[in-house]
Ligand binder design. Structure first.
Ligand SMILES: [Zn+2]
Length: 284
């Protein structure tokens, strides 16, 4: 075997001259390894990664934790289109925050007008104290803070109604996720539950108002949704904030339209049945 390794001494790699090019596989040893392998249990940190992003406000690069695309399995969707994934709450990772304080939902983060950036610098960056998040994942408390800063930035930069509505909607989803998380850990006291639920409702009301404004003043897609998805969302939000009359109006608009797709019509029917159920129970 000296052949192919000869000459390594002169490169200072004499220790390799006795090496084998192909090790014989030790089958017995391999088998033990297979038996020892533990089942793979994915944790929240496995569904996210550190992404380098350039901030359009302070023009420096920073890292943010974002979801790995299509890694997490979709478990279910709520009435208002919130998606639940296995092992991770995607909503926690959708608000991007730079160390300068500028924050936005991922779909809006890169796009900002010079006048908006100036307003953010003067009203956010020069005042805010940003605490860097150092853990492997974001806690709900950290995520809630990011969303609050995101909404503050949207107000300062005078964002469109749809962007503000979308932040409110996702903030409501975040608080719902937080309640589920605390419930699963047995840490949701009655007091906490009441406070978080009322905050969630406040965000849902603002989301509804914002999307109503956006629907009448902006062109679709609105926050990435086509008109029928937005109309269905409006129906669902109206239902959630107990405005059944507005919800039924929107449902009938979807059901009588030739353009709405069958998936949205099915969802609208589901919602109509829920309202009928509530009316029946309320009449008893
Ligand atoms: Zn920045």
């Amino acid at each position: 075997m000296a052949g192919i390794f000869s000459g390594l001494e002169s490169l200072g790699l004499g220790n390799l001259t006795g090496a084998k090019l192909f090790e014989k596989e030790d089958k017995a040893k391999k088998k033990v390894v297979v038996e020892k392998a533990a089942p793979v249990v994915l944790e929240e940190k496995d569904y996210i990664f550190d992404k380098t992003i350039e901030c359009p406000v302070c023009e420096t690069k920073f890292t943010a934790k974002v979801m790995k695309n299509s890694k997490a399995k979709l478990l279910s969707s709520d009435l208002d289109l919130r998606q639940k994934f296995e092992g991770v709450d995607a909503v926690k990772y959708d608000a991007i925050k730079c160390n300068c304080g500028y924050s936005a939902l991922s779909r809006y983060f890169p796009t900002i007008m010079p006048t908006q950036a100036k307003a953010i610098r003067e009203n956010i960056c020069m005042r805010v104290k940003v605490t860097p998040n150092t853990g492997e994942t974001y806690t709900y408390e950290e995520a809630i803070e990011r969303y609050k800063l995101t909404l503050a930035c949207a107000v300062v930069k005078n964002a469109k109604a749809s962007e503000k509505a979308y932040i409110c909607l996702k903030s409501a989803w975040l608080l719902r996720g937080y309640q589920e998380h605390l419930q699963a850990k047995g840490e949701l006291s009655e007091e906490k539950k009441k406070a978080l639920y009322s905050e969630e409702m406040e965000y849902l009301k603002n989301a509804y108002e914002g999307f109503v404004t956006a629907r009448s003043s902006e062109n679709t897609p609105i926050a990435g949704m086509d008109e029928w998805t937005v109309d269905y969302l409006l129906a669902a939000l109206a239902y959630e904030i107990n405005d059944y009359e507005s919800s039924l109006k929107m449902i009938s608009k979807i059901l009588t339209s030739n353009a709405a797709n069958s998936r949205m019509k099915d969802k609208a029917r589901e919602l109509r049945d829920l309202i009928a159920e509530k009316a029946k129970n309320g009449a008893k």
